[in-house]
Ligand binder design. Structure first.
Ligand SMILES: O=C(O)CCC(=O)C(=O)O
Length: 271
């Protein structure tokens, strides 16, 4: 599989960098991009500790009100945009945002932010895209991406802990193809993977002796809202306190342009 190493790549003028161009090309053609070294390993280990501490009540085989079971022993949970888990380096990582803006346009938004946890003994997830085709599959397959998923594993994703199996090119398929085997990329700590919302993928079984959490974010064109993964009233796409918004770097504020109208002075945002 194609991988792009971001180690030592200056964050100035990233859009013009060879790495982001190659990542955008891979994403457009194959429907995924793997970016290595987007965060220091130690920082991700710190995020893992923070996750285990702040979200311990979610590391259990039951579906809390604000979460969604997305497979056997696999849950999607909201993450509050605070602490290091909610820092710009995570939800607006410079390498990731450079790629997001290349493929979704400069006004792309952060549509949802949370974690997917696959518990010990979780089974393979059913292969699926993250959203339905936009206007019927024939047209959808020809279009540029309208949304994508960013996954930052907090423990290495590999054959034992399970990875996200990907079917490269499936964002352009006109229907299911039963006999095509997936790719199963190893994603080390500090690396991330992004896939087109149309790409067929599936969380692999966790055969390790510890849960395998990943931070995820949905980035989308400003007009798009994920229509399938938020089906319960208590689920929230974005959760943050008023002070959070004031701390966002100026050039990242457009990530929240779709919710700005709903912000009430001094009130937390839950939406
Ligand atoms: O657990 C994983 O590796 C992926 C989960 C996923 O892609 C999903 O729930 O849509």
């Amino acid at each position: 599989m194609i991988r792009i190493d971001c180690q030592g790549v200056s964050t100035d003028a990233l859009a013009q960098s060879e790495q982001i161009r190659a990542a955008a090309d891979c994403f457009t053609r194959h429907g995924y991009a793997i970016l290595d070294h987007v965060l220091p390993e130690d920082a991700v280990r710190g995020l893992h500790d923070e996750f285990n501490d702040r979200y311990k009540d979610y590391i259990t085989d039951r579906e809390p009100e604000d979460s969604l079971e997305v497979g056997d022993k696999r849950f999607m949970i909201p993450l509050h945009l605070s602490g290091n888990l909610g820092a710009p380096l995570v939800f607006a990582n410079p390498y990731v945002i450079a790629l997001v803006r290349e493929v979704l346009g400069h006004d792309a938004v952060l549509e949802a932010f949370g974690a997917i946890i696959s518990l010990v003994g979780s089974e393979a997830q059913h292969p699926h895209p993250d959203g339905p085709p936009l206007f019927g599959s024939e047209i959808s397959a020809l279009l540029p991406a309208h949304a994508l998923t960013f996954a930052l594993p907090l423990v290495e994703m590999n054959e034992v802990s399970g990875t996200t199996a990907l079917w490269p090119g499936s964002h352009r398929w006109l229907g299911p193809k039963e006999d095509v085997p997936p790719e199963r990329p190893v994603i080390p700590v500090g690396s991330c993977v992004l896939w087109d919302f149309r790409l067929i993928h599936s969380g692999a079984p966790n055969r390790s002796d510890r849960p395998r959490p990943m931070v995820y974010a949905t980035y989308a064109r400003r007009w798009y809202q994920d229509p399938v993964n938020f089906i319960k009233a208590a689920q929230q796409r974005l959760v943050f306190e008023p002070a959070f918004f004031e701390g966002i770097p100026e050039d990242m504020r457009t990530l929240f342009s779709h919710v700005r109208g709903a912000l009430l002075p001094g009130e937390p945002f839950r939406g």
